[in-house]
Design a protein around this ligand. Sequence first.
Ligand code: GTP
Ligand code: MG
Length: 302
Amino acid sequence: MKISLVGLSGCGKTSVYSVAFAAKRPEETKGLAPTILYETRRHPFLGLQVGIFDFGGQDQFIKEYLEKPEIFRGTDVLIPIVDLHDPKVFNDAKEYFLKLLDLYRKNNERPKIFLFLHKYDTEDFQKELLDTNVKNAKDVFLNMFKDYDFDYMLTSIYEEDKLAKVFRDILISEYAELKAHVEKTEKQLDEIKAKVIIADISGNVIVHNVQGVSSGLTLRGDLRDFINACNTIRENIFMADSAKFGGRDGDGKEIELHIFKYIISVIVMRSGELDRESQDKLNMLLNDMKLFADLIISAHTD
Ligand SMILES: Nc1nc2c(ncn2[C@@H]2O[C@H](COP(=O)(O)OP(=O)(O)OP(=O)(O)O)[C@@H](O)[C@H]2O)c(=O)[nH]1
Ligand SMILES: [Mg+2]
């Protein structure tokens, strides 16, 4: 799967990548240098190799790409990014996007498009201006993508959890049935009185009910290490595609890790026994995740 991030210089493409996928804190992006030409990164997600192309937005590079359109070829998801703090260049951005759409038309390609109306925050910016800019941006950009499978969202690197969810939803949009499944799981989690984290085996968080366990899509390092270690045991010692691991201290604190089909991991943390209802719900959730893993595997083999 190829995702292309496009937009004018300074609109926030590399920052979006860094916060959503590379566990950077938003403040750390303040010193980012402009991207030269373009950068590609590979990111495994639910067993799928995702290629993220970050196209530097300085004029000379845009000019270069538009002359060598092959590098945009094969894009499954196009993410045009608009800087809501810089309305002066809305029209320049629009012109760039129109040229890109022209290229795709010539190539006979039709990527899905998710427009980010970005920097939707008041970090070094006035609240009153922000709302005006959103309105103007909608006027300028919303009707140019109507021939496409299109959606738009208000994004900010200062809302990391929301940004991670936006990407999670974009990534699972490739699998038709998964989205409903994830939404159901989100509801189920609210009703279980234990801490539960559902991630893939590479440590991308998909759903959780614990604060502060992820940075963007990336699960906290210690828990990622735990999954990695258990996954190695699963593969080398159990030689099974699914397995369960657990740990407990003297005071009844417990952690449990379920791996389903070498793709999905569910971490459950609790202190003491769960009440009956939560336990039932947890069992249902685990069953569901087993199905979820099956769905992913069959989507891969299609
Ligand atoms: N307030 C705010 N600032 C942001 C946001 N995203 C990025 N920035 C800032 O915007 C500046 C430029 O970000 P970059 O990610 O380097 O921009 P870029 O689109 O990659 O630019 P080029 O590589 O030149 O195309 C940095 O100072 C970021 O901290 C956001 O959501 N809100
Ligand atoms: Mg950049």
